[in-house]
Write a protein that binds this ligand. Structure first.
Ligand code: MN3
Length: 213
């Protein structure tokens, strides 16, 4: 992701109804066109009068959040994180026949968690236990281990030097229209639309990021 100011709300990589019946069309419309748009707009507002930051890619802004001018730090953390997390989340879904991990990521999941099903149970538990709004993630640390973590609000794992492979948005706006307050049902449906090809690409990209063979 190398976009920089002025950030734009990229179209979804699929139709709004592509994830039916797991994620409903109306939720996808509102989530992308309203929620994400607001993060994009507010990130641009925050950066508007800081031309020195206009060439910075989003990832660089988030990795270096604590060295940004103090008066825009919170706005970039919340809105830059909102843009970054949502782009990853939307790109991380697809309605395909591939319902389980593939490639190198598949082997890494078996090694780290025992099996895909054990991974799935642990990931679901983490996603359920995020208190309030946030995300559950599968990330890689600097030594190449894959771990499950949670973040609050629009925080990203980048600030902790963790490289994202997979994430689920568990803010209520991601599921309330279809699943009401039943976050666990939404998580089950999300597992049906994980884009495992994209997750494998992210996994390999993380290995490059951390200079791992
Ligand atoms: Mn969201």
């Amino acid at each position: 992701m190398y976009e920089h100011y002025k950030f734009e709300n990229k179209p979804l990589p699929y139709n709004y109804n592509a994830l039916e019946p797991y994620i409903d069309t109306k939720t996808m419309e509102l989530h992308h066109d309203k929620h994400l748009q607001t993060y994009v707009d507010n990130l641009n507002i925050a950066l508007a009068s800081y031309p020195a930051l206009h060439s910075w890619p989003l990832e660089k802004l988030l990795y270096n959040i604590n060295s940004l001018p103090k008066e825009i730090r919170t706005a970039v953390r919340n809105n830059g994180g909102g843009v970054y997390n949502h782009n990853l989340y939307f790109e991380g879904m697809a309605n395909t026949k591939i319902k389980t991990p593939i490639g190198n990521l598949s082997s890494a999941i078996d090694k780290a968690f025992g099996s895909y099903y054990e991974f799935k149970a642990k990931f679901k538990q983490q996603a359920i236990s995020v208190f309030g709004s946030g995300y559950a993630w599968l990330v890689m640390d600097r030594s190449g281990h894959i771990i499950i973590v949670a973040t609050a609000n629009q925080d990203t794992p980048l600030t902790n030097n963790l490289c994202p492979i997979l994430l689920i948005d568990v803010w209520e706006h991601a599921y309330y229209l279809k699943h009401y307050n039943k976050r666990a049902d939404y998580i089950d449906d999300w597992f049906e639309v994980i884009n495992w090809e994209k997750a494998e690409l992210n996994f390999m990209k993380c290995r490059v990021t951390f200079n791992l063979k």
